[in-house]
Design a protein. Sequence first.
Lengths: 490, 122
Amino acid sequence: MMQHLPALLVVVPLMAAPVAAILRWRRAAWALALTVSWAVLAMAILLLRRVLNEGVISYFLGGWVAPIGIEYRIDVVSAWVLLVVASIGAVVMPYARASVEREVEPQRVPLLYSALLLCLTGLLGITVTGDVFNLFVFLEISSISAYALIATGPDRRALHAAYKYLIMGSIGATFIVIGIGMMYVMTGTLNMADLAQRLPEVSSRTVSVAFAFLTVGISLKLALFPLHLWLPDAYTFAPSTVTAFLASTATKVAVYMLVRFFFTIFGPTFSLEVMTFQWVLLPLALIAILWASMTAIYQMNVKRLLAYSSVAQIGYMALGISLASVPGLTAGLLHLFNHAIMKAALFMSMGAVMYQVGSVRIEAMRGLGRKMPWTMAAFVLGGLSLIGVPATVGFISKWYLVLAAVEAGLWVVAVLVLVGSLLAVVYIWRVVEAAYFQEYVGEFEVREAPLSLLVPIWALVAANLYFGLNATLTAGIATRAAELLLGVGS
Amino acid sequence: MRILGLYNYWVFVFLMMVGFYILISRRNLVKKILGLNIFQTSVFIFYISMGKIIGGTAPILVEGEGEVVYSNPLPSVLILTAIVVGVSTTAVALSLVVRIKEAYGTIEGDEITAMDNEMPPP
């Protein structure tokens, strides 16, 4: 049982997805999704513990030995991302029941849970697999179900947003397959570890072109500036549950793919020195941070505001990666986890406002600080974390990022990171101002959100504060992962 | 002659560019999907071409045949999966277009964007 965990992690949600679709009863589909997501979290925790104690886990699917068969390979990096995806899944599912029933047509609810489980399968699959073509298949499983999930939004513009995401996402996926094909032509293997060994021997123009195709493809999925155009609409019009789930998992897994391809497969020397990729990634990351934060300030819809803020936060992760040092990568990987929990808390508190008020525009927030104290307090704490106030997780990742920038001698970058935080103060303040310093003007009596929404939100807020005060666990794992990727230390 | 000998790779590049161009330049949602399909199909040709070995035969073991050169079957198998992925993407895209047509009454991207902009902001 224990040695089959890597496969079970993917197979359990995959098998549950069609069952959830067949169950016509909404509650049953939800209960199934909830059980599966918690089981997945338990498996992810067991795997992380095993990896930390015993080292890399290698699992041969169907008993076919790699590199002929498909290998599932879990090292510290993948176990870490697995934990992020699984824990967000486990927190979003209990929240989903009330929120989804309010926002999605009843007959589509079981199908939504089915698509949510499929998306989870795909994201977990990308993280565990050690085979690049298998990675592409899982990527498409997660992407296609994400298109369907976004299209369930209550507004008709959700359909258009999903269509635009589908076109952009499919271009990205096709670029990735072309890149994989070129690597296969040069090396004759699809296994990541095998590719990492053979690619340096055959370095030619084809490998450089493969690198370029993979970079553009992954950046599209990652929503790295300027390839982020699909993201604001998709996050704005999707149901709140879906936005919270996708915002904190899908882009994180794309960051994982970027790191995996650049550091494990191509190797830091090739990616950063031969292709000088850091000088492409670094400016793009900085523009993303500044431009997206400034755009966020002008948004009137809080979900859209948070979506632009996500583009900026992706910039922070890309910045950490582009520094290509142990502290830089640690900052990137830490922010991957930290941003997941803070953005999920923020989007979920907006989902609670949507549930009670029916709008997430800034004018709808007026006076909610008194009407929905717990929801808005969660938003404020999540917002403080986004800004990077001490005692929140946001501070920890910004701290590492600034340290890494200073260590690399890039003072300008360190200053710009802090400017990005100041811009975050401005856009979070706009919501706080409306919620706490203006009177409620609506006609209806607004009450606090139900407990089934508040408990998951506050679980995330508590995690935000706990890991902000006690970062030894998260920073320790992220440092080990960074050392593994750069091939230094133990 | 080497350039001409690699003609199937030229076909791949040509089809890829044609598909990508349609995808970017057309505003009609169905035509965009057609472009996407051509774009994806070009990749299939690329994979199939790379598995072919000149003079190679189908990779079937036959008793007592001695030295035989086989083509590489793996790219074809991979493409079987990629075809399935392509078909499902197209299916989801077309069903989205059906629902867009029901909701907006048109499948012209420009008109939909104009209608989106007229609606009160979310």
